[in-house]
Design a protein around this ligand. Sequence first.
Ligand SMILES: [Zn+2]
Length: 100
Amino acid sequence: MTEPNPADAYERWQDAYETVWQHPTRLTATPCPSCGHLDLRLLFVAFSGSSSAVMPAFWCDACRRGLPPTRGVLPPWATSVQWESVDLPDYRLVVPEESE
Ligand SMILES: [Zn+2]
């Protein structure tokens, strides 16, 4: 196996996120875009005071990499968790490569 370059990694993470967002049953069958393990986790974090916006937390428990937190949409199948009650691991963020 070859080490993927960072720009591709970010795109693969985005793809994995979109796949799982639409097909939650694939979460346990989707390999981590960074390390290939089947250890992806996805939570939708809600903040008290904000009604509809959630922050998707998408990471891999094996290599502790994940997408940077962004504003997201809660999919119909998911239940959000309150920020105050969730204990997210300290994972390394996969970011898009800076373009010149
Ligand atoms: Zn991983």
